[in-house]
Design a protein around this ligand. Sequence first.
Ligand SMILES: [Zn+2]
Length: 352
Amino acid sequence: MLYLDDIKVEFESQGFRGTYLGISPEKDKTVLFFESNRSTKSVRCPNCGGSVYIYENGQVNLKDIPLWRGTSHTCNFFIHRYKCNCCQETFTEEIPFKYPGTRITYRAANWIKGFLQQKLSIKAIQELTGFHWDTIRKVQREIMDEAIWKRENDLKKEGYKPRILAVDEFAIHKGHSYATCVMDLEQGDILWVGKGRAMKDFEKFFEDIPSDSLSAVIAVVMDMNASYNKLVTKHLPKAQIVYDRFHMQSQFGRDVLGVVRLDEARKHKAKAKEILADIPEDADKETLKSLKQEAKAEKQEYSQLKKLRWSLLTNGEKLSERKTEHLQSILQDHHDLAVCYAMKEECADFMR
Ligand SMILES: [Zn+2]
């Protein structure tokens, strides 16, 4: 009877000889053993070009494509370590099957690339292949680098120069720090990403990108972050600065509407407190009741205003009838808030 682990392999490839296929007793792991059959005479010292001798043997394991589903397959290489006869430099024999910077074979890397091109997530690929997350990430990164390099080269050949840029910040590391990103709004390409969001961080963009490639820029879109416009005016004096509508609206909502609303709300809270503090000790039952009711009404106003944030920020046309009525009744009693709200609606209309 022939046992699977009795199968003999005999083949040669790229300086190595396949010698044996090992299969684990559970049949879930296979190992293909390779030995170096490179003649020492053909190897030269990379440092001085002198002749070398083998001073040690080593072993390297590379993950490979499984021989069958649900198992793992490794290629085990017995390799030579050489020492130079002249300069004593030591170095290790290279394995041509090894995908650079990883512990997998080229074949396995191509397998991963196939999945990545099908837009599978890293987690899904990890489950399918059993390879390490970092390995898959590394292959993915290389695909992206290659694509970016090709795109850059194509644009360079065309003599393309961006005309309309957009700069914005975004949160990284779960919001603990920020990065700044510059995009070409017409082509949708990301031109530059830098750590941080301060003025000095964005300044690096102008250091990194040659000014010649920015010579066609006519406009830069940004939020109202003061440091961006100062730098654009300094480095691209001919470019128009365009404030992003959504940023403006959200900033108005937060810094104007929001502040005025909380201010008005606080006034009611203070008023309620004042009423309660001023109740005379000898107040009769009737007066006491009416003052307490008055204070209660102020508190209600306070909590209504506190809850009004969403209705104030939503586009007026999208509010339900009930909500609109409620909002209008509150605005009637709060002049400042009503003015700000009208400005917000007008502003949105104007930019629509
Ligand atoms: Zn040498």
